[in-house]
Design a binder for this molecule. Structure first.
Ligand SMILES: O=C(CO)[C@H](O)[C@H](O)COP(=O)(O)O
Length: 228
C-alpha cells in the first residue's frame, strides 16, 4: 500500500496554497505528505510556521525545510487553515479511529483547530463500521491498571497496555496508551462519551465530526470522499 500512501500524500500536498497555516499529522502517510510539502517549499512555496502533531513530525518537517510553531508556547494558534493526517480507520461518515502511531492527543488538539481537515488513507482503511482496529486511548500513568478496570467494566472490552521494544510505550506527553479491541463499535458517539467520563483517560482515538473530507487511494487512483 506504499504506492497508495504516496499518491494521497502527493495529492494532499497539492491542496496547500501560499500563506496557509497548516497542521501536520503523524504516521507513515503523513510523513510522505511532509516530504512532498517540503519539495513544494524548496520550489518556493511560502508558508508560515506549521503545527506538528508529534516530535517525529516536527523532526520530519524540519528535515523537509518546513518551519514549525512552538506549540508549548504562547504563540500556539487559535485556528489553522488546513490539517492533513492519516488514520487507522474511516467509516462512511468519516468518523475515524486514530492513534496507531500513539499521537492521538496532539493530533486531536491540532486538528480541532483546522477549518479544513483532510484525511489521507489507502483503501484498506475505509470500513463500514469502526472497531476492527483496536481503539487507542491515551491515559495518565498514575493508576493505569485502575483506569483499565473501569474501561473494562463500563465498555466490556479488555484493554491492552501498549508496549514498544519490550517496554511500556510512553507518548510524547509522557502518558500510556491502552488499545481497546472492540471488533465492532456499534455506537461511536456513546463509546466516546463513556471514555471521556472515565478519570485517567486523557483522550481517545475516536475523531467524530472532525474530518471535512478524505483522499483515498488504491495505489492507482485517488478518490475524494465527503462525510455521508
Ligand atoms: O493516527 C495516527 C498516528 O497516531 C496515524 O495517522 C495512523 O496510525 C495512520 O498511520 P499510517 O499513515 O502510518 O498508516
Amino acid at each position: 500500500m506504499s504506492d497508495a500512501k504516496r499518491r494521497v500524500a502527493e495529492a494532499a500536498a497539492e491542496l496547500v496554497e501560499p500563506g496557509m497555516r497548516l497542521g501536520l499529522g503523524t504516521g507513515s502517510t503523513a510523513a510522505l505528505f511532509i516530504e512532498a510539502l517540503g519539495r513544494r517549499v524548496a520550489d518556493g512555496l511560502d508558508l508560515p510556521p506549521a503545527a506538528a502533531t508529534s516530535r517525529a513530525s516536527e523532526d520530519a518537517a524540519r528535515r523537509a525545510g518546513i518551519a514549525i510553531i512552538d506549540m508549548m508556547g504562547p504563540d500556539a494558534p487559535a485556528e489553522l487553515d488546513l490539517a492533513i493526517d492519516g488514520a487507522d480507520e474511516a467509516d462512511p461518515r468519516l468518523s475515524l479511529i486514530k492513534g496507531g502511531g500513539a499521537s492521538l492527543l496532539r493530533e486531536k488538539i491540532v486538528e480541532a483547530l483546522a477549518r479544513r481537515f483532510v484525511v489521507i488513507i489507502d483503501e484498506s482503511k475505509v470500513v463500514e463500521q469502526l472497531g476492527a482496529f483496536p481503539l487507542p486511548v491515551e491515559i495518565v500513568p498514575f493508576g493505569w491498571a485502575s483506569t483499565a478496570h473501569l474501561i473494562r467494566s463500563r465498555l466490556g472490552v479488555e484493554p491492552q497496555l501498549r508496549e514498544a521494544r519490550g517496554e511500556v510505550l510512553k507518548t510524547d506527553n509522557g502518558n500510556f496508551i491502552l488499545d481497546l479491541p472492540f471488533g465492532t463499535i456499534a455506537d461511536p458517539e456513546a463509546t466516546a462519551r463513556t471514555l471521556a467520563g472515565i478519570p485517567g483517560v486523557v483522550e481517545h482515538g475516536l475523531f467524530i465530526g472532525m474530518a471535512s473530507e478524505a483522499l483515498v487511494s488504491d495505489g492507482q487512483n485517488v478518490r475524494r470522499l465527503t462525510p455521508a
